[in-house]
Design a binder for this molecule. Structure first.
Ligand SMILES: [Zn+2]
Length: 452
C-alpha cells in the first residue's frame, strides 16, 4: 500500500519522465481524465484524433496517398466518422505486401518494430512510433484500473516469458525492472500437474494485491485450489488476458480466489483494446485511443456480430487504418451503469488456443506457439495439432524466406527446453490450412482435450 503511493506519486513520474524521457505518466493522466467527460465530448475528441491521423497518413504514407487518390478521398473533407466506411479494409496480407510504403516518411528508422504470432496463426510484423508505446502503457493502466487495481499495486503475473535464443533475455535487468514496478512474473509455459502447487505457493508467498494472467493457466490453478481445498492468500482483483474467458471459467476462478475476475481484450498490434469495469457486463473500449468498428465483410458498420476493425489513432509511425485483426465481436447497445463514457463490446470471439498436454501431466498453453514462432521468418501461416498424447504436428505454410533446417532445429530446441523430450514434434509443410466450420482459423487444436 505504502509502496504503491510512493511509486505512483514519486518513483514512477521520476523514472519514466525524467530518467527515461517517456510520456507514459502524462498519457495515463490524460486518459484517466477522459473517463470524467461526457460521451459526446469523448466522441468529438476521437473524431479530431482520427482526422489528424488521416491527414498525416495522406501526407506521409505513400500507401494511403496512392489508395485514397485512386478512390478520390481527401481526409481534410472528413465530416463524420461514418465516412471512414469509404476506405478499404486493411488486412495483414495488404500490410505485408506494401510494408515499405506503409511507414510514415519522417518516422522511417525511428519506429519500434514488433512481431506477433497472430490470433489467426499468421505471423505478422508491424511498427509503431515511440510515443505510441507510452500511450499504450498509459491506456492499459487506465483499463486495468477499471477493475479496482491501482498503478503500482503489488501484482503477480502468470505469463509467458521469453523463449529461445531469438528472444532477447537479460534476467538481472528484468528482475530489477519488475522489482521497481512492484510485480513478479511467473512463467506459465512450464506449468505441469506435478508443479502446479508451486504456482499456488507463489500467490501465498508473494502476497500480491492482484493477479494478471493468461486465462487458461489461471483456470487450471483455480481448479487445483478447489480440488485440493487449499487456503490461498486473498487478492483484491484478478485480470484475465490474451485468451477468451468463458463464464464457466470465471465462476471457478472467482470461487477459488474469493475475488472478482475482470476480462480484458487486446492484441499485440494495439495492446489493450477494451476491458471490463466493476459491473463485468461488457468490455469498455478505449475510444479515445482507438477507433473500433464492428463491420460486415464489405466493411460496413453493423450492430450484429461482425469483424473487429481497428484504427490506432496515435500510431503516426506506421498508421494502421481500418485494420482487420481476425476477431469477431458485437457492440453493446445498453449503457453501462458505471457511467464511463466509453462504448462497449458485448462479447468477443477471439483466439481460441487449446493447451497441449503431455503424458507426465505438463500443460503447455496454446499461447506458447504464437509467442515462439513470431521470431521465425518465412512462416506464412501455422497450426499446431495434437491428436496423440506423445506427438504434435506443426503444420506450416512457408515462403521462400523460410530456413527449414535452422527453423526446425530451433523450434525443437525451444520445445525441449520448455517441456522436455516427451513430446515428439512432426513438421508438415502444407499449401492450405482449412478454416473451421465457423469460418475461423484455430491456432492450436487438441483432439485429446476435446475428448476429455
Ligand atoms: Zn461500466
Amino acid at each position: 500500500m505504502l509502496y504503491q503511493k510512493i511509486f505512483f506519486n514519486f518513483l514512477y513520474p521520476f523514472y519514466e519522465g525524467l530518467l527515461k524521457k517517456r510520456k507514459t505518466f502524462k498519457f495515463y493522466k490524460e486518459y484517466s481524465n477522459n473517463q470524467k467527460i461526457s460521451q459526446s465530448v469523448l466522441k468529438d475528441k476521437q473524431f479530431c484524433a482520427l482526422k489528424n491521423l488521416l491527414i498525416h497518413a495522406y501526407e506521409q504514407v505513400p500507401f494511403y496517398q496512392k489508395q485514397w487518390d485512386e478512390i478520390g478521398f481527401n481526409p481534410k473533407t472528413l465530416l463524420d466518422v461514418n465516412q471512414l466506411e469509404r476506405l478499404p479494409l486493411l488486412t495483414k496480407d495488404v500490410v505485408r505486401e506494401n510494408y515499405m510504403d506503409m511507414r510514415a516518411k519522417s518516422y522511417i528508422g525511428l519506429n519500434i518494430t514488433k512481431t506477433t504470432g497472430g490470433s489467426t496463426g499468421v505471423p505478422f510484423k508491424f511498427e509503431h512510433d515511440r510515443e505510441n508505446y507510452d500511450r499504450r502503457q498509459g491506456v492499459t493502466w487506465r483499463g486495468y484500473g477499471w477493475s479496482g487495481s491501482r498503478f503500482g499495486d503489488r501484482t503477480l503475473y502468470f505469463w509467458g516469458t521469453a523463449i529461445g535464443s531469438l528472444q532477447k533475455k537479460n534476467p538481472l535487468k528484468d528482475r530489477l525492472y519488475n522489482w521497481f514496478y512492484n510485480r513478479k512474473i511467473v512463467n506459465v509455459f512450464s506449468m505441469s500437474n506435478q508443479n502446479i502447487n508451486e504456482y499456488v505457493d507463489y500467490v501465498n508467498s508473494y502476497k500480491p494485491v492482484g493477479i494478471v494472467s493468461y486465462t487458461g493457466p489461471l483456470f487450471e490453478i483455480a481448479k487445483y485450489i478447489l480440488d485440493n481445498k487449499i487456503k490461498v492468500h486473498k487478492v483484491n482483483w484478478l485480470i484475465s488476458a490474451a485468451e477468451p474467458l468463458f463464464e464457466t471459467q470465471r465462476i471457478v476462478i472467482e470461487q477459488a480466489f474469493s475475488a472478482p475476475l475482470f476480462n480484458t481484450y487486446g492484441c499485440r498490434e494495439f495492446t489493450l483494446i477494451a476491458a471490463e469495469c466493476v459491473h463485468k457486463n461488457g468490455l469498455h473500449i478505449n475510444d479515445d485511443h482507438l477507433l473500433v468498428e464492428i463491420t460486415d465483410d464489405m466493411g460496413a458498420g453493423t450492430s450484429d456480430i461482425g469483424n473487429v476493425v481497428i484504427t490506432d489513432l496515435y500510431n503516426y509511425g506506421m498508421p494502421l487504418i481500418r485494420y482487420v485483426n481476425g476477431d469477431v465481436a458485437q457492440l453493446k447497445k445498453e449503457k453501462c451503469a458505471c457511467g464511463l463514457p466509453m462504448s462497449q463490446l458485448a462479447f468477443v470471439d477471439g483466439r481460441r488456443l487449446d493447451k497441449i498436454i503431455t503424458r507426465s501431466g505438463k500443460m503447455l498453453p496454446g499461447e506458447f506457439f504464437p509467442h515462439m514462432l513470431k521470431d521465425i521468418s518465412g512462416i506464412e501461416k501455422f497450426q499446431v495439432v495434437q491428436n496423440e498424447i506423445d506427438k504434435i504436428t506443426l503444420k506450416i505454410i512457408s515462403s521462400d524466406r523460410f530456413d527449414k533446417d535452422f527453423s526446425e532445429a530451433y523450434i525443437s530446441t525451444c520445445l525441449i527446453d520448455t517441456i522436455g523430450i516427451e513430446l515428439q514434434i512432426m513438421f508438415q509443410y502444407v499449401d492450405d490450412i482449412p478454416l473451421t466450420q465457423s469460418g475461423k482459423h484455430r491456432v492450436t487444436i487438441s483432439t485429446i482435450i476435446e475428448a476429455l
